[in-house]
Design a binder for this molecule. Sequence first.
Ligand SMILES: Cc1cc2nc3c(=O)[nH]c(=O)nc-3n(C[C@H](O)[C@H](O)[C@H](O)COP(=O)(O)O)c2cc1C
Length: 176
Amino acid sequence: MRHLPDTMPATAPVPVVNQDPADYRKALSCFATGVTVVTTRWQDSDWGMTCNSFSSVSLEPRLVLWSIRKAASSLEAFTQSGGFTVNVLSQPQQALARQFATGDMAARFANVPVQRQAGDRLRLSESLAWFDCSLHQLVDAGDHHIVIGQVQDFGWRDAAALGFWRSQFGQFQVAP
Ligand SMILES: Cc1cc2nc3c(=O)[nH]c(=O)nc-3n(C[C@H](O)[C@H](O)[C@H](O)COP(=O)(O)O)c2cc1C
């Protein structure tokens, strides 16, 4: 049996053959994902941003993760507020993916149907699924922080998911 070391060795520089950052981003974009809008409530304001780095981590306990760019204007809100809600976008919500990626928070939430949850965070009403989380752990990772949340409540409905692949929005199709 192979045992993993208790501590990871210090990161050693790894030679990378292809140094082209644009090409690296293109390669990453080949991984198809869904799209979410993550929301939080901090300093009496609502915060929201589009995010496709969402992933499930653990079923027991229920942990999920996403990563936030350290340069994001909402970094403090998401790392200091103690929790967040992940809204998985449905296909009719495609416009929201762009709306929540730029502009100030008032513009992002303008005319968006929402419900305020018990913990005060907003949930986007027409989402396909939602996960309301308390902040479990923050992991420093290069130019991002990995945000790990413990799911406190969740819901879902049967509708078409918004997909994101090679920098384009689309829909998932069931293979013939
Ligand atoms: C489809 C899509 C997915 C995104 N995923 C992430 C993500 O996982 N993490 C992140 O930090 N930013 C992500 N972004 C970018 C953020 O939404 C965007 O940088 C942020 O809302 C900009 O806010 P700011 O200009 O106030 O910093 C994504 C944008 C789009 C359009």
